[in-house]
Design a protein around this ligand. Sequence first.
Ligand code: P6P
Length: 336
Amino acid sequence: MNKNYITLGEFIINNQSDFKYSSGELSRLINSIRLAAKTVNHEINKAGLVDILGAAGDTNVQGEDQQKLDVYANDVFKSALINREIVCGITSEEEDDFITIEGKYNAHDNKYVVLIDPLDGSSNIDVNESVGTIFSIYRRTTPPGMPVKKEDFLQKGNEQVAAGYIVYGTSTMLVYTTGNGVNGFTLNPAIGSFYLSHPNMKFPENGNIFSLNQGNYAHFPQGVKDYIKYCQEEKDDRPYAYRYIGSMVSDFHRNMIKGGIYIYPTSSNAPNGKLRLLYECNPIAFLTEQAGGKASDGFKRIMDIQPSELHERAPIFCGSTKMVEKAEFFMQKNKG
Ligand code: P6P
């Protein structure tokens, strides 16, 4: 490891002034996520060796089988966040309703809420594919001193104060933003430290990788079908490369480094798309824009959408600006 790489902890201290709220609070927030990420990473890396694979026998609010690691990751991130004494509430993909933190110190005085998908792409767990954690952080809108309310979570994405993901891949990385660019940190498992390996990450303005589940082609809107055909044409810089892992964090991370677009559109069997607005689309959109890319629902900016439910879904087109704009062109052309 290059001796000049700084650790995540040093980076947070060096960049405290970037976080326009109380400096210590960002440190405690990101540090709680860092600790949980290392714990979950350890379990994921040995998942094939112990009986932690397979469904936990329950289904989540989405009606999806909960993998044991989903449940485990949810518990780990919840306890790490609750024990840091700056979070007053949590919304998780694995929890039917939001969690009000109480009974511990004076949690109602805390100023931050966290929304999280503890283990995205979990269906890939037992086939040894990459999975990820996605998180989104807001300041509460209701006054401290009272229990958190649903409205504290139903904020537009443009109100986020921080967002990021952990990708448990060939190496484990934590990538986050506090509104001053995107930075990526790689875990050195030998010593359990994250090092700044990808400073100031930027989406290439254009790219040649498109990622979406073409198995749903017959159910896609005409604009998406037209964009797929455009990507496949023998013309100019095309055909593009088609890459789709089935784990959004992994597809997104590759596209941010190489250039590309990730699309999960509406379809006749998913009229609002599949991905959840609050803890998947919004944090990914915040990261996208902070890395110089674009994130929309095919027509309007993801982070301008006013949420109305905790687990609502939204279509998402995100990645290299030129590619998203081309996809939006075809969506607009077929609107109505
Ligand atoms: P499909 C994983 O369940 C996820 O939320 C994303 O990580 C992934 O890109 C997508 O859904 C995969 O969904 O319908 O293509 O299998």
